[in-house]
Structure formats: C-alpha cells, structure tokens
Design a protein around this ligand. Sequence first.
Ligand code: ADP
Length: 245
Amino acid sequence: MRPSREEVEELLRKGKRIDGRGLLDPRPISMEVGVVERAEGSAIVSMGKTRVLCVVRGPMECVPSHLADPERAILDVAYRMATFSTEERKSPSPSRREIELSKVIREALEPAIFLEEYPRMMIRVYCLVLQADGGTRTASINAASLALAYAGIQMQDLVASVAVGYYDGKILVDLNAAEDDLCADIPMAMMPAHNKITLLQADHIFPVDRIDEIIKVGVMTMRRIYELQRDALKKKYVEVAKSVG
Ligand code: ADP
C-alpha cells in the first residue's frame, strides 16, 4: 500500500522519510549486467522498488536506411513501462511521457558514446520498467550505460544518474514515487570520470540559491552509483573470464 500524501508530508517536515532512510541516503541499489544472452548488452538495475531492464542491440545496419548518418551512429532509445509495472495496469500504447523520456535518456547517454566510430549504423537501447516507484528515468540511464558498456560500445565514460528532491527547506536524495508527488524533483546524470553533467532537469519549485547544494548532493551520490556500476561490470568480466579460461 502506498503511504498517504499526508503521512509523507508530515514525516518530511520532520526531516524523516517514509522508508526510514536519511535525507541523503539513496535507496538500496542493485545492478547486474549480461542478463539477456541473446543481446549484445543488457543490465538490470534496482533502486529500491524501482526496477528496470535495459537491452542493447547493435551496432547494426540503420533501419530505416534513410535515417543513416554518414558521420556517426544513430542512438535509438525506447523507454517503456511494462503494463504490470504500476499499481493500476498501464496502457501498452506508448504515452507522450514515454516518448519524452526516451529522448531525455538518449540525450543523457549520447555525450558518453563515441558515435562517430560507427558511421551509418544504429545502436538500439530498450529500457523496460518492470516496477515503477519513482526515479525510473534515472534507473534507466544507470542500466543503459551499463548495457552499452557490456555490449562493447566505445564510450569515454559511464553515465550515472540520480534524482535529488527539495521539500520545505530540505534536500533529499533518490525520491520514491510518494516523495516524487510532493517534492521538487531534480533528476540529473553525469560522466563521473570526466566530471561532466549530461542531464539536469527540474520539476516544481525550489529556491535558486539552493541549486549549488542540490547539484553537489547529486554529484556525491552519482559518484557512489558509479562505483557500483564499475563493480557490476567487473563482477561479470571475472565470471566470463572464469568460464572461458
Ligand atoms: P521518474 O520515474 O523518472 O521519476 P516521473 O516523474 O514522470 O518519472 O514519474 C514518477 C513516478 O510516477 C514513476 O516512477 C511511477 O512510479 C509513477 N508513474 C509515472 N507514470 C505512471 C503511470 N502511467 N501510471 C502509474 N504510475 C506512474
């Protein structure tokens, strides 16, 4: 059962969270790569109850061919929520939100990929939300960057992502859906090794003079997520090395 708005509000005013976390604690995060054998790359990422499967196909011939760019690969991202991912059945037809989030996720990933290494080709990224509880775009970006790396796509860095929230003077990290309904939501993504932000969005109202602090808290969390991404890749590489050697 989802907590009521009033319950979440009352706790947040006291600086507490519905799931008992500290304001600056992300939800428990788990990551696994190479979960779909048929695909070149895949990863599954959980951030609390939010769970996203990402599959990468390619680089492959660009279809339709008139979209092919002689200078670089086309990155095609499809973000979808499974019909069973929400409490009430989600309609299977792609919503405006899903189309918009596909673009947002693509733009957060593109700076990290050496697309010019794959002229006339297409790289397909499918993000399927298995369970939605806030932060599905950030979990998708974390999963997609892992799946791209595992597919052997040339990248200058991984992309790590988290949403930072603001409510009643307080900054909080990695919002769940109940908090997302209430707080200002600032999803962001970065290339941690290059110290560059690739996504910064803001939804709702928060004071301008807190933006530096909000970004700082986000960056600190994304660096932690980056370590988990690296660990997940290393774990799989060790497994693969053992199985062939
Ligand atoms: P994000 O998941 O990146 O935070 P939104 O802010 O658009 O993206 O959505 C917040 C949360 O609202 C989602 O994670 C999900 O839990 C919930 N949500 C979004 N769309 C739907 C939907 N069609 N049906 C039920 N819940 C939804």
